[in-house]
Design a binder for this molecule. Structure first.
Ligand SMILES: [Zn+2]
Length: 180
């Protein structure tokens, strides 16, 4: 089953996508669109659903928060759709040239993802026509992960950063110390 939902907050549109081979999805990816900027591209196993939603948006640039497959599954397809560039942190650009192999479970949950050799590094800010987003490194969940923060509007796009007093799931390659 595929689940696709959207929601709005001020000028930001958010999309939530879930996929489960049998039964209701329990894991979801999120992508965001604001002022021509698409933040992340979702997982490849709901590609046709994601590209049909993204096709309706005026995407001028893509920013990837980190290399995980539920954020990088449709980069080439969306770039092609809109004829735009895709940007990421320098570390993410390096990692995506030869990304870590996915486990069978990851491929079932999210789908495979291709390497990307043409991501363009951004260092301090991502500019759109009306907004400027500060790039803030937030390692721990992934070494290349960054957040985007728009200080005037106080919007924080925090990728997969999630800090709680009790964490149910923690990946083998995550670092709680870095995350804190
Ligand atoms: Zn992640």
């Amino acid at each position: 089953m595929i689940i696709s939902e959207s929601f709005e907050h001020e000028e930001v549109v958010g999309f939530k996508f879930g996929y489960q081979p049998i039964g209701k999805p329990r894991l979801f990816s999120h992508i965001y669109f604001v002022d021509g900027l698409l933040i992340d591209t979702g997982q490849s196993n709901v590609r046709s659903t994601i590209t049909s939603k993204v096709k309706e948006l005026s995407v001028e640039q893509i920013f990837i928060t980190h290399h995980h497959e539920d954020h990088t599954g449709n980069i080439a397809e969306i770039k092609e759709l809109h004829g735009c560039n895709a940007y990421a942190s320098e570390r993410c650009c390096q990692m995506m040239k030869d990304p870590p192999k996915l486990s069978f479970a990851q491929k079932i949950a999210w789908g495979d993802r291709a390497s990307q050799s043409d991501l363009i590094p951004k260092y301090d800010t991502v500019e759109t026509n009306n907004f400027s987003f500060n790039i803030i490194p937030i390692p721990g969940h992934a070494p290349d992960m960054v957040a985007l923060y728009e200080p005037n509007r106080q919007w924080l796009f925090s990728a997969d950063l999630y800090i709680n007093s009790y964490i149910d799931y923690f990946l083998a390659d995550e670092s709680i110390a870095d995350q804190i």
